[in-house]
Design a protein around this ligand. Structure first.
Ligand code: GDP
Length: 453
């Protein structure tokens, strides 16, 4: 028996419609005490999943709203349990009063994500789908939404299922022969599974490689703006963001930390990271900033090196250029072009060099075209790529365990040693899909028995 929970599902802002949702055993009974159908019937008698007009009222019968209710009987609902939704007028006051009435009638406040958690626990969604629900809600581009919607639809799960299935077969076969020697089960030999293990490891590797694209889809291209102090990095970020995001001063070293801002540049979503001016310094606060800059370069998809064209290159610039050139996607801006330039593009060994002026915006269109050209790729948005760091980490561990299993096989280790790695891979995959390895293997062992046993 799951207790009845209730929450406003549509947020706390004025809108045309706001939805209060209840789920749990007996929720229609509770909901029916504060809602009277216009046709005179009790909510429990309402037809399945049909919007029914009526009045939502408090315990004293005072009408809160004239609205609709829809009753979905479990398991045919999002959570898999009986569910009632009230489609009210979207005033936060109406929704708060409606919710209050439901609490008084016996519903409990829902915790964060509790509806989706129940859907997961009731087998309506696996973990990949449940996690994608939040990505879908938070998606801020149509592509990111399409990908999350694909994952909610189970695309990632369908990619992992055959791999997990192969591994379940292998483990259950081994344990069945070992634990039930009297059963008529085909002999177990690891070699028979080597081909499957190889192709499964390859499939995991292919999936892992999609994370670079997935991260860009989800978060945008991570672009580190680097350069010595006072060349115009913060001004660039502000110019691209279109407003004053960073305090710009002419005292070197004022951007002591990294500042992030997500902007659309052309058709590319950039997660701009303004780093503290990279330079050797004894100042500890600034030194932390320098470390962050180096780290930002390592973690960036794109490095934008900025120098001051009006002063010419210095040793400090050269040191930063060396850091930048370790990155495959590094471009250079010769800034302050309004003051003339002592630097020419051929002085800078980057794949692209652009003269810019953050004060007038000169050169920023060219920067935008350049970034579009660099990151214009066909990212599949069907939910088949990894977008989530937690999932990536789990699949990486699964892949490493598979490599270890294959290595053990090659070295002729005993089956139980190899299977330890295989089960580790399954456990790691289970962290993504929510599968429970022990139960799955046990269930498969008994499927090998004859019917009627
Ligand atoms: P940062 O230390 O690299 O982040 O540099 P800031 O963005 O704080 O800029 C340092 C100084 O350079 C400020 O006084 C800016 O107004 C000035 N500045 C930035 N970009 C330009 C530009 O394109 N032209 C001119 N003339 N000055 C600029």
């Amino acid at each position: 028996m799951s207790h009845v929970i209730a929450a406003v599902s549509t947020g706390n802002q004025i809108s045309a419609i706001g939805i209060i949702r209840l789920t749990g055993d007996g929720c229609a009974e509770i909901a029916g005490t504060v809602f009277t159908l216009n046709n005179g019937k009790h909510l429990q008698e309402a037809p399945e999943r049909k919007l029914m007009l009526g009045a939502l009222h408090d315990k004293d019968g005072r009408v809160i709203d004239s609205c609709c209710a829809v009753y979905s009987r479990g398991p045919h609902s999002y959570t898999g349990e009986d569910t009632v939704e009230f489609h009210c007028h979207g005033s936060p006051a109406v929704l708060a009063a409606g919710l209050e009435a439901l609490y008084i009638a016996g519903a409990k406040p829902a915790g964060r994500g509790e509806f989706t958690k129940r859907a997961f626990l009731n087998g309506k969604l696996d973990l990949t789908q449940a996690e994608a629900v939040i990505d879908l809600i938070e998606a801020d581009t149509a592509d990111a939404a399409a990908n999350a919607a694909g994952q909610v639809g189970g695309t990632l799960q369908r990619k992992l299922a055959p791999i997990y299935d192969d591994l379940t077969n292998l483990c259950s076969h081994f344990h069945a022969v070992l634990d039930y020697p009297d059963e008529d089960i085909e002999d177990f030999g690891l070699a028979a599974y080597e081909g499957a293990l190889r192709s499964d490891a390859k499939a995991l590797h292919t999936l892992l490689k999609t994370y670079g694209q997935g991260r860009i889809l989800q978060q945008g291209v991570a672009a580190a703006i680097v350069g010595k102090p006072n060349v115009g990095k913060s001004s660039l970020l502000n110019a691209l963001a279109g407003y004053e995001r960073v305090i710009v001063t002419d005292i070197p070293g004022t951007t002591r930390d990294t500042v992030e801002e997500t902007v659309m540049l052309g058709s590319t979503r950039l997660r701009l990271i303004d780093t503290a001016g990279i330079r050797e310094t004894a100042d500890t606060v600034e030194a932390i900033g320098v470390e962050r800059s180096k780290k930002a370069i390592e973690e960036a998809d794109l490095v934008i090196f900025v120098c001051d064209g009006s002063t010419g290159l210095t040793g400090e610039d050269e040191a930063i250029i060396d850091l930048c050139l370790e990155h495959e996607n590094a471009i250079a801006l010769i800034n302050k072009s309004d003051l003339g330039s002592k630097i020419i593009p051929s002085d800078l060994p980057f794949i692209a060099v652009i003269h810019t002026c953050t004060k007038t915006g000169a050169g920023l269109d060219q920067l935008s075209d350049m970034v579009d050209a660099m990151f214009e790729s066909e990212i599949p948005c069907d939910g088949s790529i990894l977008t989530n760091a937690r999932q990536y980490d789990a699949i990486r561990r699964a892949y490493e365990a598979m490599l270890s299993a294959l290595q053990g096989l090659k070295l002729g280790l005993t089956p139980d040693a190899v299977l330890t790695d295989v089960e580790e891979a399954m456990e790691a995959m289970g962290e993504v899909t929510g599968a429970t390895v022990r139960e799955d293997i046990t269930a498969r062992i008994f499927e090998r028995f004859c019917v009627g046993k």
